[in-house]
Design a protein around this ligand. Structure first.
Ligand SMILES: N[C@H](CCC[C@H](N)C(=O)O)C(=O)O
Length: 287
């Protein structure tokens, strides 16, 4: 079929966005993967599919597929691209919409200055609390946060990294590093992503704290690899730092591809993600 798509990005995290309201889309994981392939397809970190909602009270449903073809629960940067897309395509005249996702309902809002703020819902802080054994190491509760030692096999050596486990509907393992530029993201990112501690794999965040309201962040994303920005990763990093008493809301997140802002008032309250969304080009592909 001839498929119309729009190429977009949010702080460098790039997407192929598809109108599934006016086109009937029912692809296999291999077709989703092809769309994301930078050699044989269009190329993107994620593919976003916009559909009519199946949940009462929602304006749309949006589904997210990683570059590896797997469907996932949530995408923060994608939610901003999504709201810009439905506005530009005239699929709605609302500036604040209610969107059904695999992880629940989120509420992105187009601001007058062109930026977009998204109510990403409350972080889920329990999933990692299940006691687990990794080579005899147990998860440790430290302060109000759960810090887990993760033992990584690096060649013949073993390295233990302390991570915070935070879910934004999708799983994140966040660690604090001295310098994101020299952090071993390419080396340990895949080891964390595929660690047995995370049966559904995990997004691995590497956060450098500059001051109590400003961090640098790199994320090795599940199903993709390192991206230029990760919205839910930014949410998870800010939540982890605030819970550990190291950060104060709002937090400025410097990703390699751009700047995001996260606000969070504590457990049980929603995380607010603010940042840009850019339309790069329109296209059509035979798939
Ligand atoms: N790779 C993520 C999905 C996309 C998240 C990221 N692009 C964002 O902006 O939140 C996962 O497998 O959970």
């Amino acid at each position: 079929m001839k498929l119309k798509f729009t190429k977009m990005h949010g702080a460098g995290n790039d997407f192929v966005v598809i109108d599934g309201v006016n086109q009937h889309i029912d692809f296999t994981p291999a077709q989703w993967k092809l769309l994301g392939d930078r050699r044989f397809g269009v190329g993107a970190d994620q593919i976003l599919l916009v559909e009519k909602p199946t949940e009462a009270g929602c304006d749309f449903r949006y589904r997210i597929f990683n570059a590896d073809g797997g469907e996932v629960e949530q995408c923060g940067n994608g939610s901003r691209a999504f709201v810009k897309f439905v506005s530009e395509k005239g699929l709605t005249d609302k500036r604040s919409i209610s969107v059904q996702t695999k992880a629940g309902v989120i509420a992105p809002r187009l601001e007058a200055n062109g930026s977009i703020t998204v109510d990403m819902g409350a972080p889920i802080l329990e999933p990692g609390r299940v006691p687990f054994e990794t080579e005899g190491l147990h998860g440790e509760q430290q302060g109000s946060d759960t810090l887990w030692p993760l033992v990584l096999e690096l060649g013949g050596a073993r390295e233990s990294v302390l991570i915070s486990v935070v879910s934004m509907g999708n799983p994140h393992a966040v660690q604090i590093v001295d310098d994101v530029e020299t952090a071993p993201v390419e080396l340990t990112g895949p080891l964390i992503e595929h660690h047995p501690r995370f049966p559904k794999r995990v997004n691995a965040g590497f956060m450098q704290i500059l001051n109590r309201q400003h961090v640098k962040l790199r994320v090795f994303e599940r199903g993709v690899g390192e991206t230029l920005a990760c919205g839910t990763g930014a949410c998870a990093a800010a939540v982890a730092g605030i819970r550990r008493g190291l950060l104060d809301s709002p937090v400025r997140i410097d990703a390699r591809g751009g700047q995001l802002s996260i606000a969070w008032d504590g457990e049980g309250t929603p995380v607010w993600l603010t940042g840009p969304a850019v339309t790069v080009f329109e296209g059509e592909i035979e798939i």
